[in-house]
Write a protein that binds this ligand. Structure first.
Ligand SMILES: Cc1cc2nc3c(=O)[nH]c(=O)nc-3n(C[C@H](O)[C@H](O)[C@H](O)COP(=O)(O)OP(=O)(O)OC[C@H]3O[C@@H](n4cnc5c(N)ncnc54)[C@H](O)[C@@H]3O)c2cc1C
Ligand SMILES: NC(=O)c1ccc[n+]([C@@H]2O[C@H](COP(=O)([O-])OP(=O)(O)OC[C@H]3O[C@@H](n4cnc5c(N)ncnc54)[C@H](O)[C@@H]3O)[C@@H](O)[C@H]2O)c1
Length: 464
């Protein structure tokens, strides 16, 4: 195993549980990106931001609103404390106790059957590469002359940035932009194309509207000409319609995507082929060298911790049980943890329009959900896409708890359930998940007004 992040740790723990001899090599911090510089610190920061926002918005609930006193040193401590609480699960000690040999060194291939880790030479039946990704920093002129943050440094700050400029309006950029805004910073997001550009524009708009109402300035289609140092901060120069424009900030965050970590591994010596997306793998996650598999961000697929875990399960089935399991992403959800949240599983409306001639789109707004009304979280809606016969193809949700609600839809897609199943279960009242059931019921709406159904009901009445 090379890399002890989400992917590597999952493979190592599962293989060790089956009594297989495992060597795990990690050059940096156990837990990788997710624990140290990704999911965990970002969600902990978002949690602080949510508390601050709730204090500002308390009036509507009959509780006096206050302007929160935000202490970035203490937020930093909170984030560290959350990481420290999870760290033992990913630690060297725990993995050694599970029977895994952990080597803290940089790994590289010597040949197609051998890995070198520091002084140790490892020969193995199978190798799994889980070296993850790093921030992809675009070649913006002047960037090498200014101090800038990426996800690797932003969670270290202990003072509030007066004005944070975020380059990139993907999940990383938007989650952090909203969090910093709610913690009191002025925030400007500069996005080259469209923010949340991969997502359904109608659903993305729900999130972007809320960010705007929170006071985040978002510039889509921004063309960054260069950046320069200011006495205390940075200046970003944009190419505008009428010449150059400047945006001055006190701190800069680059959130323009991720690049796979394949350097330093001497993959050519192992005859493992790579491309710009990462290690080239087939659907069993096997590389061009049949002894070598790749999982997680380096494997060129969607870059999420739950995908790395899913990959781990797939290679375990292949390596230990020779089941030849193949990955499929149709049922894998993705969630952006803004407020409101955005979630998607299966195909989007744009994708279904390309692939299918006929389909149904079912919607239900949060504004019609009683729990959302009680919580005053009525922004957003669910969009369910089915075939004309009711097979569920995709679900997008923008709204409170979207990341929780999407789970049952992922299961429905995985198990090939049709829309009838999503109307037939009993959803506890009042819950946000009812938006899904109400959308599903819309599938049958045309039949409610059908003259045939009405005639049958009228006929039944004849019997008392
Ligand atoms: C700000 C941010 C927020 C995120 N939030 C979420 C979220 O909410 N939900 C979600 O699902 N995903 C989220 N992600 C994505 C998630 O962090 C990644 O998809 C996940 O960490 C990938 O796991 P991995 O095992 O592939 O790689 P990593 O976790 O990056 O682990 C790779 C490990 O390999 C080690 N390594 C690299 N090269 C070598 C070598 N030659 N020898 C030895 N060791 C090596 C590295 O040191 C590292 O520890 C977020 C990412 C970011 C940046
Ligand atoms: N909630 C989550 O699960 C979560 C959260 C954060 C990150 N992630 C993972 O991390 C990955 C990376 O996220 P990300 O937001 O860094 O990348 P991304 O690729 O999703 O978005 C990057 C954005 O930056 C823009 N961009 C690129 N170059 C630019 C430039 N020079 N100027 C202005 N804008 C530019 C792109 O148009 C794009 O919109 C995600 O795809 C996701 O897999 C997941």
């Amino acid at each position: 195993m090379i890399g002890a992040g989400s992917g590597g740790l999952s493979v190592a723990a599962a293989a060790a549980a089956f009594g297989v001899s495992v060597v795990l090599v990690e050059k940096g911090r156990m837990g990788g990106d997710c624990l140290n510089t990704g999911c965990v610190p970002s969600k902990a920061l978002i949690a602080s931001a949510r508390r601050a926002q709730q204090m500002r918005e308390a009036d509507a609930f009959g509780v006096a609103a206050v302007d929160p006193q935000v202490n970035f040193r203490r937020i930093h401590d909170h984030v560290r404390d959350v990481i420290a609480g999870i760290a033992p699960t990913d630690s060297v000690e725990r993995f050694r106790a599970l029977g895994v040999t952990v080597i803290e060194a940089q790994a590289r291939f010597e040949d197609s059957k051998t890995v070198l880790a520091g002084e140790t030479r490892i020969k193995a039946r199978r190798f799994v590469i889980a070296t993850g990704s790093r921030p992809a920093v675009p070649p913006i002129p002047g960037l090498d002359t200014v101090r800038f943050h990426t996800n690797e440094t932003i969670f270290e700050i202990t003072r509030k940035p007066a004005h944070l400029i975020v380059i990139g309006g993907g999940p990383v950029g938007l989650e952090l932009a909203q969090a910093f805004r709610r913690l009191g910073s002025q925030v400007t997001v500069l996005e080259a194309a469209r923010a949340l550009g991969r997502e359904d524009p109608e659903l993305a708009a729900v999130v972007l509207d809320r960010l705007a109402r929170d006071g985040v300035t978002l510039r889509s289609g921004a063309r960054i000409a260069r950046v320069a140092k200011r006495r205390s901060g940075v200046r970003v120069v944009l190419d505008g319609e009428d010449g150059e424009e400047t945006v001055d900030g006190s701190a800069l965050l680059i959130a323009t995507g991720r690049a796979p970590v394949t350097d330093g591994l001497d993959l050519d010596k192992a005859e493992v082929k790579v491309d710009a997306k990462g290690i080239r793998v087939d659907r069993t996650l096997r590389s061009s060298n049949r002894r070598v598999y790749a999982v997680g961000d380096v494997a060129g697929g969607p870059q999420f911790t739950h995908v790395a875990n899913y990959h781990a399960g797939t290679v375990i089935r292949s390596i230990l049980f020779r089941l030849g399991a193949k990955v499929s992403y149709d049922h894998i959800p993705r969630v952006t943890y803004t407020d409101p949240e955005f979630a998607q599983v299966g195909v989007t409306e744009a994708e279904v329009r390309e692939r299918y001639g006929h389909f149904r789109i079912l919607r239900w707004p949060y504004a019609e959900n009683d729990r959302a009304r009680a919580e005053r979280e009525t922004d957003g809606f669910i969009k369910v896409i089915t075939t004309t016969r009711g097979r569920i193809l995709g679900v997008g949700i923008a709204g409170a708890g979207a990341g929780e609600i999407v789970q049952m839809w992922g299961l429905a897609i995985l198990k090939g359930l049709d829309i009838k199943a999503m109307t037939g279960f009993v959803s506890p009242y009042p819950t946000l998940s009812e938006v899904g059931k109400r959308a599903a019921i819309q599938f049958y709406r045309p039949s409610l007004t059908s003259p045939w159904v009405r005639r049958i009901i009228a006929f039944m009445r004849l019997f008392g």
